[in-house]
Design a protein around this ligand. Structure first.
Ligand code: ZN
Length: 330
C-alpha cells in the first residue's frame, strides 16, 4: 500500500519499521521503528517534542490518571471516542495526521481495528509511544513527518487530524493537501480551535507574540503566571450575573464563574484543581507557545470542506473547539 509520498520528489514511499525509501532512491533514517521524513525542524516541532517529551511528561499524568485527566479537555467533550468506532468498522485504513501523544491511536486500538493505522507527528517521542503502547500491534505504524510537507497520496478510508490544523502556517492550504489523502467516499474528521470573543483574541495574539519567541523552558516558566492567575480567580469562587446579552463584547447573558468569564472572554488562564499546577501549566504552554495557533469560525472550515469536494456529515462544537466530519464525494 502506497500510503505516503516522498517529501522531496513525491514518488511513492516504501516504509516499514526497518527502512524508508522512495522510488527514486531517497532514503530516510529509521529510529526505534519510526521512520523520519521531516525535511527541516520548526518551532512547532521543538514545542511538541518538549511538551510530549520526558521533561514535562504530560503523558505520564494521563497514564497515571487512567485517562481521567483528559475528561476536562475539549477533545474529550467533542466525543471522538463515541464517533470514530462507527467509521472504523467501515474502514480498512486510517491516517492520523499530527497524532501527538497517540490519543486517536488509543481509540483505534481500543476499537479492535484490524486494518492499517498510520500515525505521524513532528514531535520526537513517537519511538517511545510505539514501544510503550503499540509495540505488539503490527498494523500500527508511526512516522515522524510534518503535515505541511507534500506527502499525501489518495490512499485512506479515514483521515483524522485532531486539534492540529491550526498550527500550520497556512491552514487552508494544509487542509487541502491532507484532504488529498482521502479516498472518494472516505471520511476526513478534524477538530480545530473556535474563534473567541474580541478581547480574548487580542490577548491571545499579544501574548503568543511574546511567548512563542522564547525557548521552551523559558516559555514554560512564563506561562506559570497564567496558571497562577487562573487559580487565584478560581479560588475566589465568585459568580457573576450578566443580565443581558452584550453583543459588542460578545458575552451572552447568564451566570458565570469569574474565572470562566475571564477565561472565555478576556484571557486564557487555565486552571483545573484536579490537574494540579504543573499539568494546568502545560495547557497554558500548549496555548501560548506554538508559533502559529489560528482560530476559525464554523463557516470558514465548512468552506474548506466544500472547496475540497466533501459533504459535512457531522458537526459538533464546544466552547473551545469545532468538530467536523466530511465525506469525500465520489
Ligand atoms: Zn524521493
Amino acid at each position: 500500500m502506497n500510503m505516503l509520498r516522498c517529501p522531496i520528489c513525491q514518488t511513492s514511499l516504501t516504509l516499514n519499521d526497518k527502512r524508508c525509501f522512495c522510488a527514486t532512491g531517497h532514503e530516510f533514517p529509521v529510529t526505534g521503528q519510526v521512520p523520519n521524513i521531516m525535511l527541516r525542524n520548526s518551532q512547532t516541532a521543538d514545542h511538541y517534542s518538549f511538551q510530549w517529551g520526558k521533561e514535562l511528561d504530560f503523558y505520564k499524568a494521563i497514564r497515571e490518571s487512567q485517562g481521567d485527566i483528559l475528561k476536562a479537555t475539549a477533545s474529550s467533550k467533542l466525543g471522538w471516542k463515541d464517533y470514530l468506532p462507527t467509521l472504523l468498522r467501515n474502514s480498512g485504513s486510517v491516517l492520523d495526521v499530527a497524532c501527538g501523544y497517540g490519543g486517536i491511536a488509543d481509540i483505534v486500538k481500543e476499537a479492535g481495528f484490524e486494518g492499517v493505522y498510520l500515525g505521524f507527528d513532528i514531535n520526537d517521542t513517537l519511538a517511545d509511544i510505539k514501544k510503550e503502547r503499540f509495540a505488539h500491534l503490527n498494523n500500527f505504524q508511526f512516522v515522524r513527518a510534518d503535515m505541511t510537507d507534500d506527502i499525501y497520496a489518495e490512499a485512506f478510508d479515514l483521515v483524522v487530524c485532531r486539534s492540529a490544523i491550526m498550527y500550520a502556517p497556512r491552514p487552508m492550504e494544509t487542509f487541502a493537501a491532507i484532504a488529498r489523502a482521502v479516498r472518494p467516499g472516505g471520511h476526513f474528521v478534524i477538530s480545530a480551535y473556535t474563534r473567541k470573543s474580541p478581547m480574548r483574541e487580542l490577548c491571545d495574539d499579544y501574548f503568543r507574540g511574546i511567548i512563542s519567541r522564547m525557548g521552551e523552558r523559558e516559555a514554560f516558566e512564563a506561562v506559570k503566571e497564567f496558571t497562577l492567575f487562573g487559580k487565584i480567580l478560581s479560588e475566589l469562587n465568585v459568580r457573576v450575573q450578566i443580565p443581558q446579552d452584550l453583543p459588542v463584547l460578545q458575552i451572552r447573558k447568564g451566570e458565570y464563574d469569574i474565572q470562566r468569564l475571564m477565561y472565555y472572554h478576556f484571557l486564557k488562564c487555565f486552571w483545573n484543581e484536579d490537574w494540579g499546577f504543573h499539568n494546568s501549566s502545560i495547557v497554558n504552554f500548549d496555548w501560548y507557545h506554538p508559533e502559529y495557533s489560528w482560530r476559525f469560525t464554523r463557516e470558514e472550515v465548512a468552506e474548506w470542506y466544500e472547496a475540497c469536494g466533501f459533504d459535512v456529515v457531522e458537526y459538533r462544537v464546544v466552547p473551545a473547539q469545532h468538530f467536523f466530519s466530511g465525506r469525500k464525494r465520489a
